[in-house]
Design a protein around this ligand. Structure first.
Ligand SMILES: Nc1ncnc2c1ncn2[C@@H]1O[C@H](COP(=O)(O)OP(=O)(O)OP(=O)(O)O)[C@@H](O)[C@H]1O
Length: 311
């Protein structure tokens, strides 16, 4: 099932949370939805699931409007909200029965689905415990089981690994990848490694607007339009002198001190140009010597910082 988000605008009073946001999630895709705090991820997910009516625009699930037919589209969507609200006093199994009943399941079908969810989400050893007694990782599994109980074709997961320890994160990611083989999944996260490990495609939003869209590989290529070199130079004590000399090179666009605590500089060349030879020549002319000249490969984290930085 395809999700089409079309020209969403949303205001909370005077606060604009979504700004002409449009994108598609293709059938069978696991799409990562990234953005800094307050970017509008949860608002978008609520609009997709029909729990919030956007101020303007609409969402279509396989062509069906969510604002016009929220009850119909809700049946096709499983939703794991942020902070996964669960009933702590309910045993896991009773909670899943309750969640199934809310989705209109009954009789043998309900029993079969609950059994299936216990199996898929690895809840067999915990199924008779109260939810409040479970570890965070198992609570999250219960949340996923609840979201999947009616076998929805679309799964919306809001920060599914928040608060989990590293082992639990790996387990939940693996579970999402397994489930994602058969479903259309939209997963929001702050964690770039998570998105890179789990998702086929990545969207980045900032201040309610789409700022990047592509596979992690494509985003890296788009961002690598500028050559970036890590440069360290010996033979000169005055770092500012080297800094100024680098800035004077015609092919150089930006020079910065390295922010990874290593000495040296990060040099960004102008679009389509390379500064490597000129840096080498500059050293020779000044009687300095290069101790490092390495191209810097951007990772998703750098791209994220670049597209979401304050203007
Ligand atoms: N119920 C609300 N009332 C007023 N403002 C809200 C409400 N919910 C969200 N906002 C505001 O709308 C903007 C988008 O919030 P949203 O929760 O969608 O962002 P997010 O990307 O999910 O953030 P986070 O990663 O911190 O969860 C923020 O500025 C937020 O303060």
């Amino acid at each position: 099932m395809e999700i089409v988000v079309k020209e969403l605008n949303h205001f909370y009073g005077p606060q604009k949370a979504l700004d002409q946001l449009s994108f598609k999630v293709r059938t069978g895709e696991i799409l990562g939805f990234l953005g800094p705090n307050g970017a509008g991820k949860t608002t978008t997910m609520k609009a997709i699931t029909g729990y919030l009516t956007p101020s303007e625009g609409d969402v279509f699930i396989d062509g069906i409007s969510v604002t016009q037919n929220p009850e119909q589209t809700k049946k096709t969507i499983g939703y794991l909200p942020e902070n996964n609200p669960l009933y702590g006093d309910m045993p896991v199994i009773d909670y899943l029965i309750f969640a199934g009943q809310l989705q209109g399941l009954e009789g043998q079908k309900l029993k079969d689905r609950v059994r299936e969810m216990v199996r898929v989400c690895g809840l067999n050893t915990e199924k008779h415990k109260k939810i409040g007694e479970l570890s965070k990782g198992y609570k999250q599994r219960v949340g996923l089981a609840q979201a999947l109980i009616h076998d929805p074709q679309v799964l919306i997961l809001d920060e599914p690994t928040t608060g989990l320890d590293p082992n639990q994160i790996i387990e939940i990611r693996e579970l999402i990848r397994q489930i994602g083989k058969e479903k259309t999944v939209l997963l929001s996260s702050h964690i770039l490694a998570e998105v890179e490990a789990t998702c086929d495609r990545v969207l980045i939003i900032n201040k309610g607007k789409l700022v990047a869209d592509g596979t992690p590989e494509e985003l890296r290529k788009q961002a690598s339009g500028h050559e970036i070199l890590h440069v360290s130079i010996g033979g000169e004590e005055d770092k500012n002198k080297i800094f100024k000399a680098l800035q004077d090179i015609p092919q150089v666009a930006v020079v910065d001190f390295r922010n990874d605590k290593k000495s040296g500089f990060e040099v960004q060349s102008k679009t389509g140009e390379s500064s490597a030879k000129s840096i080498f020549d500059m050293c020779v002319n000044n009687g300095w010597y290069l101790t490092e000249l390495t191209p810097f490969e951007k990772n998703l984290e750098d791209i994220f910082r670049e597209v979401t930085k304050e203007q």
